[in-house]
Design a protein around this ligand. Structure first.
Ligand code: ZN
Length: 244
């Protein structure tokens, strides 16, 4: 059947997960480890104010190896790329000390133009060299900040462009694309039980301001920026549905 052949295909593919250190990409990493026999990770330093997330990604990788041995066997190397040029060419609230607000375009000032386009393009170059044929990202069009480079159509177009430009099949998987933040927590629970939920709650970082001083019920963060708002409401809906 078609379902079986696509499953067989997945079992032969090797994946590269874009791991930022946030909730979404950590959940995607677990999703990929459940699905692919070999998974590597890539992270980007681009002068983000919330560079604390880069420390989180190391802890997430370490704990996944320690606490989920079956996944640990599948988890290959981690690649860190210096994309500080992105911080040099963009004037945004994620890379500069400015207020988070909405611009005349309707986009929040946290939008870093071209970010995901560059991330995937660089990831595809690593994947090509490493023989990895699937790129996995935590982009989502459901509860999101309106970034046009998180949209499904953008990533579908990028998948075509990369596959043509490399002359090699490069599949882009975005398992969270149509999930709410609440559903993303449920996915984590399905994949790794309460242990994974706790790991993601306490070890990932989502806050745009890089505030990692206080652990709330939903995780670390300032509690006020748009990223914290999304994370808090998603987690609260998740725990309410758990206790219902
Ligand atoms: Zn925040």
């Amino acid at each position: 059947s078609r379902a079986e052949s696509s499953m067989g295909d997945a079992m032969e593919r090797k994946a590269l997960v874009l791991l930022s250190g946030g909730q979404d990409s950590a959940t995607c990493l677990a999703w990929a480890l459940e699905r692919y026999p070999h998974v590597e990770t890539v992270g980007f330093h681009y002068g983000q104010r919330h560079a604390v997330e880069l420390e989180c990604r190391k802890v997430v990788l370490h704990r996944l190896r320690e606490e989920f041995p079956a996944w640990g066997e599948r988890l290959g190397g981690d690649h860190m790329l210096d994309l500080s040029l992105l911080g040099q060419i963009s004037d945004t609230a994620l890379t500069q000390d400015q207020e988070i607000s909405f611009k005349a375009s309707g986009l929040p000032s946290t939008f870093v133009p071209g970010r995901n386009l560059l991330f995937f393009t660089f990831a595809s170059a690593i994947a090509y060299r490493r023989g990895l044929t699937t790129l996995v990202g935590g982009m989502c069009e459901t509860d999101y900040s309106g970034y046009p480079d998180c949209r499904d159509n953008t990533l579908k177009a990028l998948q075509v462009a990369m596959s043509l430009g490399l002359d090699a099949s490069m599949v882009v998987e975005t398992p969270l694309m149509w999930l709410t933040k609440e559903q993303t927590w449920h996915l984590a629970e399905q994949l790794g039980g309460q242990g994974l939920v706790e790991l993601i709650r306490t070890e990932t970082h989502t806050c745009y301001l890089g505030d990692h001083t206080q652990l709330h019920s939903w995780g670390y963060g300032c509690g006020h920026c748009p990223a914290c708002e999304l994370r808090r409401t998603g987690y609260e809906a998740f725990t309410q549905s758990e206790s219902a």
